[in-house]
Design a protein. Structure first.
Ligand code: ZN
Length: 495
């Protein structure tokens, strides 16, 4: 085990020529009795920083809808927000990026460059997209091509954030807590009253649930929501705010005019929490960094289906949600006990999962739909999903995905590279050996929606072939592996 002396340790003040082995041992014994930071109890350090990933060349094409959306400006900046934590034994980085989704190949590239620059191991980096639907494409999709110029901005910004956070490392203390904020999350999949189910893009009426349905025909939601906001708060040893990492299971808010990029409520939360926690500015210190990460929100959005509100002005709802969350998070953060003596652990595993395989009938239908010249004879989105069916057929049979577990004291964080259903996050929270755990979705890659086998049987948008590409029991395997990883990072007998 590595022995580290804290900057305050008096052993540092002695010239090395005076330190004979015997004298050194005697001093060490005395100092360890005096609670100097020795042998595995190295000083906890933290640093945070923001990298700018706002496009510099226009137009860019936004991802996250079926139609083409060119954008000519930024309504607000896009950022990569990084946190580097080091307990002397484990050094890790967490980066939350204002993007709708980022494929594994880009995250891998950013990790390789950042690792070379900082020495932080690639498998000690968790990188996740927020899922703002107003960000430039980071991979080619039918409605948006990724530009090489933007990919460079994106990778540079992520790397810069980690490098700066690493050089901002300072002795620190950390604490964690939670608060339930149920009012902004609604399950968007609904069982419908008779007449409420319409043909899906494959021409079938076998779906038992419908995403974002008209309120007049809704019966009951098809799944739960996770109302919890998880909070990790970090301060300098002297008490100055360094960063606050929050996690909430809300897909995004929206209400952004289509002509520009925006970080949605995630960026607004970061701004609001900074105004509340560091109201007097940064006073010559590294800037405080607020971070809102996405939890398990694949089937959860901000629409109150039982009581829909009339249309709002652009950004009004995202600012309202961000403000409400920031207010409640600050109240908890003020009561959190921040500790200097904490340990970190992180484990990563690659899990091999099969891709779904279209049947002969599904492929034949897709080809038929694609050559149909009269679109009015086809179901809604038929050609888009015919294209996706062919795309899935051309995928390799299986793929390795990255799963991670982090432990900060007795707070756990796991990562999944999909848009994850809320019930999966809730099951991980319940099964975790740690006192509190949360999940970051869209992390280290993008493998589309992750419904449970039960939700696959119910059908609906998130389960359609192409929207979902992983084998139908992928969520069971992922949950099982993550609980294994949590047991790996948990000290014996936790919880
Ligand atoms: Zn989405």
């Amino acid at each position: 085990m590595q022995t580290r002396l804290s900057p305050q340790c008096p052993l540092r003040l002695l010239p090395s020529s005076l330190l004979t082995p015997a004298l050194s041992m005697a001093i060490t014994l005395v100092l360890s009795m005096a609670a100097c930071h020795i042998a595995g109890a190295a000083e906890f350090r933290a640093g945070a920083a923001v990298g700018d990933i706002t496009p510099t060349k226009w137009p860019v094409f936004l991802v996250g809808s079926f139609g083409e959306r060119p954008a000519e400006k930024a309504w607000d900046p896009l950022s990569a927000r990084a946190l580097v934590l080091d307990d002397g034994t484990t050094k890790l980085a967490i980066v939350v990026v204002d993007s709708c989704l980022i494929p594994r190949v880009l995250f891998d590239e950013a990790k390789a460059i950042a690792s070379k620059a900082t020495g932080i191991r690639r498998d000690r980096m968790l990188m996740a997209a927020t899922h703002t639907h107003s960000a430039p494409a980071s991979l080619d999709v039918p409605a948006a091509k990724a530009s090489d110029d933007y990919l460079e901005v994106l990778i540079d910004g992520i790397v810069e954030a980690i490098k700066q956070a690493n050089s901002n490392l300072e002795p620190a203390k950390i604490g964690w807590g939670q608060v339930d904020v149920p009012e902004h999350v609604h399950n968007r999949r609904w069982h419908m009253k008779p007449g409420g189910i319409i043909a899906n893009p494959f021409g079938e009426t076998t779906d038992q649930v419908r995403m974002n349905p008209p309120s007049s025909l809704i019966d009951r939601p098809a799944g739960p929501v996770d109302p919890q906001v998880s909070i990790v708060s970090i301060r300098s040893k002297a008490g100055a705010p360094i960063a606050l990492l929050a996690n909430y299971s809300l897909h995004y808010v929206g209400g952004v005019p289509p002509a520009g990029v925006s970080a949605d409520y995630f960026g607004e939360f970061a701004k609001q929490i900074k105004q509340q926690i560091a109201p007097k500015g940064d006073r010559g210190r590294p800037p405080f960094v607020g971070i809102m990460s996405n939890g398990t929100s694949g089937d959860v959005n901000n629409i109150n289906f039982r009581n829909r509100e009339p249309g709002k002005k652009p950004f009004e709802q995202s600012r309202y949600v961000a403000r409400s969350l920031a207010d409640q998070v600050v109240q908890v953060a003020q009561r959190i006990e921040h500790r200097e003596e904490i340990s970190l652990a992180m484990a990563q595993r690659e899990l091999l999962l099969n891709h779904r395989v279209p049947t002969v009938e599904q492929l034949a239908r897709a080809r038929r739909f694609l050559v149909e010249t009269d679109d009015s004879t086809l179901p809604r989105l038929a050609k888009a999903y015919a294209g996706r069916t062919i795309e899935v057929a051309n995928m390799p049979p299986s793929e390795k995905i990255i799963l991670q577990a982090i432990r900060i004291g007795d707070q756990g964080i796991v990562s999944i590279p999909c848009e994850v259903f809320a019930e999966i996050g809730l099951a991980i929270k319940a099964g975790s050996p740690l006192k509190a755990t949360f999940t970051m979705e869209l992390a280290n890659g993008w493998n589309r929606y992750l419904p449970t086998p039960r939700q696959h049987r119910l059908g609906g948008y998130e389960t359609w072939l192409g929207t979902s590409i992983l084998e139908l029991n992928a969520s069971d395997k992922i949950e099982h592996s993550l609980l294994d990883l949590l047991r790996e990072v948990a000290p014996n007998g936790t919880k």
